[in-house]
Design a binder for this molecule. Structure first.
Ligand code: PNS
Length: 165
């Protein structure tokens, strides 16, 4: 079974990577799908995010990285997949994720949403947290893959690089 792991990934974090790695053990393949969202102003273009994820997952077999427009269920059907993979960090994620899963079910009955509980050490971690820390000059080396940390430092805080750089 192929699972679609959709998201913004602006940028990919170690929490996302943890879900991808564990998803690979459960599914025959995982397609990491970056949403082209015209309503958000991202730090990285979709192409940059796809390249970052490809680099971060190159050691994993069975991972494909792609981008998509529109509804996640439409993309899931396009890829002839029937599972959507999502990570759950904390209780507050659950409400929105459950609503999304129920909405998707009304749109595509054959598509199941599978939740993985985020590993404990990443339960606080989000792409927004990463960007906020970096913008204020903090280190994000322990939060994202090394090449992504460099990209973030260069993109958002060239004047305030942390001592570790
Ligand atoms: O990383 P994110 O921002 O939490 O990912 C959210 C995402 C991309 C999974 C979600 O916004 C999504 O599926 N968007 C595509 C539009 C869609 O299918 N909407 C219906 C479900 S509410």
């Amino acid at each position: 079974m192929i699972a679609i792991y959709p998201g913004s990934f602006d940028p990919i974090t170690l929490g996302h990577l943890d879900i991808i790695q564990r998803g690979c053990r459960l599914f025959g393949g995982v397609v990491v799908a970056v949403l082209r969202n015209p309503h958000k102003t991202p730090m990285f273009t979709v192409e940059e995010r796809v390249a970052q994820i490809q680099k971060a997952t190159q050691h994993l077999s069975g991972v494909e990285v792609d981008s998509f427009d529109g509804l996640t269920v439409s993309y899931t059907r396009l890829r002839q997949a029937n599972a959507i993979l999502r990570g759950l960090r904390v209780l507050s994620d659950f409400e929105m994720e459950l609503q999304m899963a129920h909405t998707n079910k009304t749109l595509a009955e054959e598509v199941e949403t599978i939740f993985l509980a985020t590993s404990n050490e990443y339960s606080f971690l989000s792409s927004s947290v990463v960007k906020e820390i970096a913008r204020f000059g903090g280190s994000i080396d322990h939060l994202v893959p090394a090449p992504v940390a460099l990209d973030v430092y260069h993109r958002c805080c060239a004047k305030t690089l942390p001592d570790s750089i």
